[in-house]
Design a protein around this ligand. Structure first.
Ligand code: BG6
Length: 503
């Protein structure tokens, strides 16, 4: 089955705050470049104006973006010729986002670009640490840039959106004083992943699975986002953030929500987001005792990954030698609603683990009777549906089959669907999908204000209890392992356990 071409974006000028940062290089520019190469953005009517603290000229900005794009696997059509066409659309202006004068000079710069033919639709992309979002929003408001009489003005805000419930509420308030909710795009790039969107198609595009997708048939759900990567060049950000805020508060809660939500009445922004918020509202808020029972945090020490020695987190450049930042989290969430009462959702994420893999495993209940029990070694494994987000994107289903031979022996086998086999080709990269949606004005795959607040309502109580507890015994797992041993205390029982990474 061929992958159809992507639609076209509206003409627009993208203003990136934080353009000298890591995300712009690694994700935003490669994605925009790829969209330009495949004809999704209009050549003459598309420009990027990067802004940041770092003093550099437009030429220097272009050179640094070229270097990043030429080595990025997301800039799939990189060639000298393609880049030269694209880089003409890149511009840069340095400035201090806390200085009101900066927004006036930005306005002037935007006016000059428009005079040279740039579009009057403006997309402001805030790719800075969360604490810098409020002054940017205020600056856009005061300078009048947020209200655009000649076209649209939208704002895209990177995660984490605030750092707890209070800051997220304050940021939502600030943003909504300046922009209408329909023009606010809170980005979580997991929602741009094909396989994440496919959770909804799998559940609601088939009549086979939905009738059994509930507490009557499902025993527990396991959600894993494991990375072999460490903190790379992002220690300053990561030291302040930690795995709970970085991964669980957004990406993993999104995966949980899509797995657990009720069917929306239609696939449109409001219907989908309404159902997601309902799930978040039903997630049980833990008491302090429950936080200690149902969460485990970890930090990696030195180890070996893929045969190479890896240093411990406390030895990474920019990390405090006694840092108590967690690089691993495992949590047992409970959803207090009709569909999921009594079904635990075990969620874990960590850096520098033995394998990179993101997947959801739905474990079904055992058969009510073991009728093949007379054969030796007989133990029918419960069915498992695995939604593989990455790598080897696809879905697998395990069930029992009769092992050939004279005995009535049941053994687990797997049925496998692989995206690569079914669709071939290359699916769009998450940031491309989302940037395109934002440029076309479709917020369905973005997080609504109340959704972000409800995410923090779940996460902040955990952070608060952790803060009050004595410093944990870190490091407590080796780089290259499956995570801390202690995570097993959440889930270990006769019939439940964490899957080994790569299993
Ligand atoms: C980002 C986190 O949002 O997601 C990173 O800040 C993490 O720490 C990354 O590495 C993982 O994304 P992906 O698409 O590689 O799974």
């Amino acid at each position: 089955v061929a992958i159809p071409p992507m639609p076209k974006a509206d003409p627009c000028l993208v203003v990136i705050f934080g353009a000298s940062g890591d995300l712009t290089k690694r994700k935003l520019i490669p994605a925009l470049f790829d969209l330009a190469c495949i004809g999704c953005i209009a050549g003459q009517q598309f420009d990027v104006l990067g802004t940041g603290r770092t003093e550099m000229t437009t030429e220097e900005f272009r050179a640094s973006m070229r270097e990043a794009a030429s080595t990025s696997k997301d800039a799939r059509k990189f060639s000298d010729w393609n880049w030269e066409q694209f880089e003409k659309r890149l511009h840069y202006v340095a400035g201090d986002i806390n200085d009101h004068g900066f927004y006036e000079s930005l306005k002037k710069q935007i006016g000059e670009l428009e005079a040279q033919g740039a579009s009057s639709n403006h997309m402001f992309y805030v790719s800075t640490p969360a604490s810098l979002a409020p002054p940017i929003v205020q600056g856009l408001g005061k300078s009048g840039l947020a209200k655009n009489a000649k076209g649209w003005a939208r704002i895209v805000l990177e995660k984490p959106f605030g750092r707890d419930l209070e800051t997220a509420q304050a940021l939502n308030k600030e943003v909504l004083q300046v922009f209408d909710e329909k023009d606010v795009y809170r980005i979580d790039h997991y929602l741009g992943k094909e396989t994440v969107q496919n959770i909804l198609v799998f559940r609601f595009g088939n009549s086979l699975f939905e009738p059994i997708w509930n507490r009557n048939y499902i025993d527990y759900v396991e959600i894993t986002a494991a990375e072999t990567l460490g903190v790379e060049q992002r220690a300053a950000f990561y030291e302040e953030t930690g795995a709970l805020r970085d991964m669980i508060a957004s990406h993993l809660l999104q995966l949980l929500t899509l797995t657990a939500m009720e069917p929306p009445v239609a696939f449109d922004a409001d219907s989908v987001r309404e159902q997601k918020v309902q799930v978040l509202r039903s997630i049980h808020r833990m008491t302090p005792e429950q936080v200690t029972e149902r969460t485990v945090r970890g930090q990696y020490g030195p180890g070996t990954i893929g045969g190479k020695a890896a240093q411990g987190y406390r030895g990474e450049p920019g990390v405090k030698p006694n840092s108590r930042t967690e690089t691993y989290v495992a949590v047992e969430f409970r959803i207090d609603n009709w569909r999921w009462a009594g079904v635990p959702f075990y969620v874990r994420s960590g850096k520098r683990l033995g394998k990179s893999e993101t997947e959801i495993k739905v474990h079904f209940k055992r058969t009510p009777q073991a009728i093949f029990a007379k054969t030796p070694d007989d133990d029918i494994e419960p069915n498992v549906i695995t939604l593989r987000v990455q790598p080897n994107e696809g879905i697998a289903m395990s069930f029992a089959a009769k092992q050939p031979g004279s005995q009535m022996k049941a053994v687990p086998v797997r049925m496998n669907f692989a995206y690569q086999d079914a669709f071939g080709g290359q699916a769009p990269v998450a940031y491309e999908t989302l940037l395109l949606d934002a440029m076309r004005g479709d917020p369905t795959l973005f997080t609504r204000g109340d959704e972000t607040e409800n995410q923090w309502r779940i996460i902040t109580p955990i952070e608060e209890v952790w803060q009050d507890l004595p410093a944990p015994q870190f490091p407590n797992y080796d780089a290259g392992s499956d995570g801390p041993e202690e995570a097993n205390r959440l889930i270990n029982s006769e019939c439940r356990h964490w899957s080994r990474l790569g299993e």
